[in-house]
Design a protein around this ligand. Structure first.
Ligand code: NAD
Ligand code: UGA
Length: 459
């Protein structure tokens, strides 16, 4: 079949894989290839067990793979053949040198820029899909210009707003698609090519076009605003526990104001995931670089509040269990950073486990999707850890359960049975406020939700 255009995506991760699968589904006239340096990842994308768990993704990949969606490690060939190249490589927080712990580590991203220059034969549109510091496109253009040998590269910014666990739904029905381009004839032509792709399924009024720098910065700001809501509600949850107020009632009352809105106001053990912390710290670093100390401090507090919430959660567990968890078995229900994903990057569960192990507890971890990643995260420190797919077994002989991920199935467990199998007094620390706290109390548990009065059997 003759394809209208060849699209290449460099980086077959949580963003590259699902995004390209949906573009392939919606744009059968385009040939899409996803490449990665990880041969293992590509092997899995080509197998029956794709490398990420994302509801609905399996079916889409099966439908389009081998038709207009291809996964390969042939980066050089892919670049040569492509008209449009999405760059979707990882941009983690730098762990070394200047800006360590805050700035983005752009080494993977820069490497792709050099590869594009080296292997390109004709003109290309380069699309920044990764989340990048503002004005990164400028650096990309400089690298591309140095070796361009008469070829034209037009750089666009097209940040991704999907959330894990709902990636397919987010991609099929996005709130908006954002495209940043140079406001030049060449930039506008490239912008139109990308708009045309998304317009296959996204209503035109939801496709926002801006200049490059607004688009790059909007992505960091969007994540900072979302995380800020969680830190705001979590800060108030600490006050609720002191004042006998209920954080769910407060979130409902406050969120009912249409200027605030109801979403993203669930108090929790803290936000996790590969991006919130990294993107806010990156924003903080950029502000510091521009000498905007107050702005930097303001946003940094969102991350500090999140650290406080995680710390507070474990400290409360230890305090309520008579100031010691040494030699006690504690069951953790959930290890993924949120439900419907196996991803554990920056999951609060990692912090909670480490702290409990430091206190010499035995930790039994259960999770429907994340046990493999949990083992990786705890490698070398897990001689007191067991990994147990069955939550009933995980809770056997435990002194306490801590709910760390809001998996639906935890709401439907037989807690009477679980209570019978546990040591007494039995504790539940609900880090996601998903359980029926009154009922658990009636069964016999001492129950500690987030930002609500606890239900105990002690005087
Ligand atoms: P990821 O780590 O899952 O995937 C990145 C992939 O890029 C890896 O498979 C890696 O092997 C590959 N890679 C690195 N350098 C390469 C190179 N030179 N050539 C080919 N492949 C290379 O990361 P991710 O979660 O998909 O995130 C990618 C970007 O998207 C990040 O900037 C992130 O901030 C952003 N983002 C992520 C999400 C999310 O939900 N995970 C959502 C929106 C935006
Ligand atoms: C987030 C954003 O929601 C996406 O728009 C963005 O594209 C993505 O980051 C990114 O740039 O990587 P994600 O991290 O996948 O998506 O998941 P979220 O649903 O945002 O949850 C993040 C964390 O916040 C989770 O640990 C979740 O449990 C927690 N959370 C979320 C709360 O504690 N309370 C809430 O009310 C909502």
């Amino acid at each position: 079949m003759e394809f209208k255009k060849n699209i290449l995506c460099i980086g077959a991760g949580y963003v590259g894989g699902p995004t390209m699968a949906v573009i392939a589904l919606k744009c059968p006239g385009y040939r899409i290839e996803v490449v990665d340096i990880s041969a293992e990842r590509i092997r899995r994308w080509n197998s029956d067990s794709i490398p990420i768990f994302e509801p609905g993704l399996d079916e889409i990949v099966k439908q389009v793979r081998g038709k207009n969606l291809f996964f390969s490690t042939e980066i050089e060939k892919g670049i040569k053949n492509a008209d449009i190249i999405f760059v979707s490589v990882n941009t983690p927080t730098k762990t070394f040198g200047e800006g360590a712990g805050m700035a983005s580590d752009l080494q993977y991203w820069e490497k792709t820029a050099h590869e594009i220059v080296e292997f390109s034969r004709g003109d290309k549109i380069i699309v920044e899909k990764s989340t990048l510091p503002v004005r990164t496109a400028e650096a990309m253009e400089r690298i591309l210009k140095v070796g361009n040998r008469g070829r034209r590269f037009e750089v666009l910014s097209n940040p991704e707003f999907l959330a894990e666990g709902s990636a397919v739904a987010d991609l099929l029905e996005p709130d908006r698609v954002l495209i940043g381009a140079h406001q030049t004839p060449g930039g506008k032509r490239a912008e139109k090519e990308l708009v045309d792709i998304y317009a296959h399924w996204v209503p035109r009024e939801k496709i926002i076009t801006t200049n490059l720098w607004s688009s790059e910065l909007s992505k960091l700001v969007a994540n900072a605003f979302l995380a800020q809501r969680i830190s705001s509600v979590n800060a108030i949850s600490a006050l609720c526990e002191k004042a006998d107020a209920d954080i769910s009632d407060i979130a409902y009352a406050v969120g009912s104001d249409s200027r605030v809105g109801p979403k993203f106001l669930n108090a929790s053990v803290g936000f996790g995931g590969s991006c919130f912390k990294k993107d806010i710290l990156n924003l903080v670093y950029i502000c510091k670089t521009y000498g905007l100390t107050e702005v930097a401090d303001y946003w940094e507090m969102v991350v500090k509040m999140n650290d406080y919430q995680k710390r507070r959660f474990v400290q409360r567990m230890i305090k309520e269990m008579f100031n010691t968890v040494a030699e006690k078995k504690i069951a953790l229900f959930g290890f993924a950073f949120k439900a419907n994903t196996g991803d554990t990057r920056e999951s609060p569960a990692i912090y909670v486990t480490r702290k409990l192990l430091e206190e010499r507890a035995f930790v039994s971890i259960t999770d429907p999707q994340a046990l493999k990643n949990a083992k990786e995260d705890l490698r070398g420190i897990d001689d007191r850890v067991t990994y147990e797919p069955d939550p009933y077994k995980a809770a056997e002989d435990a002194y306490a359960i801590a709910v760390l991920t809001e998996w639906d199935e935890y709401e439907h467990l037989d807690f009477e049975r679980i209570y019978q199998s546990m040591k007494k007094p039995a504790f539940i620390f609900d880090g996601r406020n998903i359980l029926d706290h009154k009922k658990l109390h009636e069964i016999g548990f001492n129950v500690y939700p987030i930002g609500k009065t606890s239900f105990t059997h002690f005087d």
